[in-house]
Design a protein around this ligand. Structure first.
Ligand SMILES: *[C@@H]1O[C@H](CO)[C@@H](O)[C@H](O)[C@H]1NC(C)=O
Ligand SMILES: *[C@@H]1O[C@H](CO)[C@@H](O)[C@H](O)[C@H]1NC(C)=O
Ligand SMILES: *[C@@H]1O[C@H](CO)[C@@H](O)[C@H](O)[C@H]1NC(C)=O
Ligand SMILES: *[C@@H]1O[C@H](CO)[C@@H](O)[C@H](O)[C@H]1NC(C)=O
Length: 688
């Protein structure tokens, strides 16, 4: 695995000299290959000075740093309560610099200057970034830099201990470690490790307990093949360190530290921040995030609010974008900061505009054509390939009866859930593959009793069920990269391409609010459509017995079932294959449950699709639930070569990105228990 160093210089302020550097941070993201074979890399750097900085003065320190193809710079946030120097103001700017790099040999970019804002460092600063675009053996893609951002200037009262969770997020899921810069490697100028602070290199947390004197501390931190960030001024003590009194405290709906949000290209993401303090005024929120991010602060009595807005562009697609924020309050001339929270925004494809209309017997989805990139209306079909949607000038429209066109029925304790999807397909011989560019799931939910609501859900997320006695429980079904089961295959890499004889690593994980539950995988089969009852299928596990000779069960426990099997010819015989499993959750140690029986001989009458337990055993096991994951596709020989060389990420995105359109529907229908012609049988409402 390639490794590289990312240097992050963070300062905190205070003193009396006319210096001006508050903070800096540099990250990079490989963006694929250009037609001429050169590598395209986005560099994002943030710098904070007493005024807004608008130029690029990085230079190439070693290796070939290539040429600049795009350069944009702008203000991220500014503040007038900065260090006691140069008018007390600071301004953080972010620059996006796209470079074309001729080869993937490592190089270093450097920037240096003078001086830090007054602090005990009193010196020059330097930022050094080591870039290695080497190809990772596990993902076959260039290494990605950890992502990080930093609030440039943070205040803490001298007598209030605090822990700073430095944002430590690696898009490749590598472990992230942080350390102080080393003098000998040009990673810092003064390389101070401040008394009163302790850096935990493994968890990237900086703990403050007591600094003895009030001053600004400049931190020069390095991230190695992992990400992080931050900065600090120690202010005079306060009489009360409790959050929400003098120091501001975040309130709901402010995102939690470490939360991951999903954003879509071209759609504005709004994040609401809220904070309060009873003995000071929350007047501002300091943010650090991507170029073009905006904030709108409002104050209502003791509560301050801010709306952070950002609209990802196509260039941000696939990126993991960090945003950090702090609430700032004032009491007289004194300024206080809340703890720092940081989140990651993952940029997915643009979602479309669509609506779903559910009636007693049909579901209709209307998708606005203009709202979906890459919608080829002649290449769309429903679950059942023989059903195709119709379209007028503006919309693609699909109407299916609840029992046709491959509509699938699922249920939970309260609802019957009918699902279908519009997906793109290729004609035989098409050069461009449109497969899975578009997937529009649509769902109609019919409450078994009383009120009716409709819902629309994304595809292949953990399954959530609710049953009396078991409460809410979830099943998560994932494919993994290896028998270590430490990294699940990223949702962006679906459909999963496999070569014949490759081992498929699968894990089914159950989570339940009830203690002592046991997961039982009763059956698993491969099917060409996402429907366990499809007439074409290949049985892997049946009645708890392993049928396929290549299956290996890896060390598992009562809630995680791990197994592997060789990719088999069946996959190649179909465009795609799903693995559908039927699972049951039981109370551990209870005799007579399905889980305790293990492999059994088939019962003469096959279990109905919607299986219900008799009331007397409802407390010891759940019903059978069907879960699935996929699709899997057989890798073509040519695709193998391409992915090993592996670099045109843009091309990969175009060819294989799975567009999941999520539509939220509001509406109401009255479902009288009139049955569709298949699968579903009315249940006595007293069943649980
Ligand atoms: C920032 O916004 C401007 C104006 O809307 C736009 O041209 C530019 O591409 C945006 N830059 C980034 C990096 O999003
Ligand atoms: C989606 O619909 C809304 C209002 O119905 C409209 O304002 C918006 O422009 C549409 N989005 C797209 C991408 O067409
Ligand atoms: C196309 O169909 C949609 C959905 O039924 C409808 O709202 C729209 O007015 C139709 N457009 C045209 C041009 O007929
Ligand atoms: C077993 O269960 C625990 C949770 O109780 C989980 O953390 C662990 O990773 C599980 N899996 C295996 C294979 O041991």
């Amino acid at each position: 695995m390639a490794s590289y160093t990312l240097l992050l210089l963070l300062a905190s302020c205070c003193g009396a000299l006319a210096s001006h550097h508050y903070a800096g941070v540099m990250t990079f993201t490989p963006k694929g290959k250009n037609a001429d074979g050169s590598f395209r890399v986005d560099f994002r750097y943030k710098e904070t000075y007493h005024t807004c900085y608008t130029t690029n003065s990085w230079f190439c320190r070693s290796g070939n740093c290539g040429t600049i193809d795009r350069f944009e710079i702008g203000q991220v946030d500014s503040n007038s309560n900065g260090a006691n120097t140069q008018g007390n103001t600071w301004c953080q700017s972010e620059a996006l610099m796209t470079r074309n790099i001729p080869s993937n040999t490592p190089f270093e970019m450097w920037k240096t200057g003078c001086c830090w804002i007054p602090s005990d460092s009193l010196g020059s600063w330097s930022l050094l970034t080591h870039v290695d675009l080497g190809i990772r053996s596990d993902t076959n893609e260039p290494n990605r830099s950890p992502v990080t951002t930093i609030i440039p200037f943070i205040r803490i009262p001298r007598n209030c201990p605090r822990t700073f969770n430095l944002l430590a997020h690696d898009p490749d899921n590598d472990q992230v470690r942080c350390r102080y810069g080393r003098l000998g490697s040009n990673e810092c100028h003064t390389c101070r490790q401040h008394s009163g602070f302790a850096l935990d290199e493994n968890s990237c947390t900086l703990t403050y307990w007591d600094a003895f004197i009030t001053k600004v501390n400049a931190f020069e931190i390095v991230l190695e093949d992992y990400p992080t960030q931050f900065s600090i001024q120690v202010d005079p003590s306060v009489h009360d360190c409790t959050e929400g009194n003098i120091l501001p405290k975040f309130l709901f709906p402010t995102p939690q530290n470490g939360e991951k949000l999903i954003a879509a290209v071209g759609q504005e993401l709004e994040i609401k921040l809220k904070a309060t303090a009873t003995q000071s005024w929350v007047k501002n929120f300091i943010i650090s995030g991507p170029l073009n991010i905006t904030k709108y602060n409002t104050i209502r009595g003791a509560v301050g609010e801010s709306r952070i807005r950002w609209t990802p562009t196509k260039n941000d697609f696939g990126d993991h974008v960090p945003i950090c924020f702090i609430a700032e309050s004032q009491q007289g001339y004194r300024i206080f900061h809340s703890d720092m929270r940081c989140i990651i925004v993952i940029v997915k494809h643009k979602s479309g505009n669509a609506s779903v209309i559910c009636t007693e017997t049909t579901m209709t989805v209307e998708v606005e054509k203009a709202s979906i990139i890459g919608l080829h209306e002649d290449h769309l079909r429903l679950n059942d390939p023989s059903c195709t949607p119709t379209s007028n000038q503006t919309h693609v429209i699909a109407t299916v009866s609840l029992g046709s066109c491959g509509t699938v029925l699922e249920e939970d304790a309260d609802n019957l859930i009918f699902k279908n999807e519009i997906m793109s397909f290729d004609n035989v011989g098409d050069v461009i593959t449109r497969k899975h560019q578009v997937e529009i799931d649509f769902v109609c939910c019919y409450p078994k009793k009383s009120r009716v609501y409709l819902d629309f859900q994304a595809h292949k997320i953990p399954y959530v069920f609710t049953e009396k006695a078991f409460g809410k429980f979830t099943y998560q079904f994932e494919f993994f990269h290896s028998e270590l089961f430490n990294t699940a295959i990223d949702t962006d890499h679906y459909p999963v391409d496999v070569a014949l004889k490759d081992v498929l690593y699968m894990q089914i994980k159950a989570t339940s609010s009830v203690a002592n539950t046991v997961l039982f995988v009763e059956s698993c089969r491969a099917t060409p459509v996402d429907d366990p009852d499809y007439h074409i299928s290949y049985d892997i596990i049946s009645n708890g017995c392993i049928l396929d000779g290549t299956v290996v069960v890896y060390p598992s426990n009562s809630t995680e079932y791990r197994f592997g099997m060789e990719a088999f010819q069946f996959i190649g015989q179909h465009e795609q294959v799903f693995i559908c499993c039927s699972v049951i959750l039981c109370v551990a140690g209870e005799p007579g449950t399905r889980c305790s029986q293990g492999c059994t001989t088939p019962t003469p009458t096959p279990a109905p699709v919607l299986h219900h337990l008799h009331r007397r055993d409802a407390a010891t096991q759940t019903g059978r639930h069907s879960i699935s994951q996929g699709p899997l596709r057989l890798k073509k020989a040519t695709e193998t070569t391409v992915s090993n060389m592996g670099l045109n990420m843009n091309l990969v995105f175009i060819a294989a990105f799975l567009l999941v359109v999520v539509v939220i529907v509001c509406g109401a229908v009255i479902y009288t228990v009139k049955r569709p012609t298949f699968k579903y049988q009315p249940l006595p409402s007293t069943d649980f």
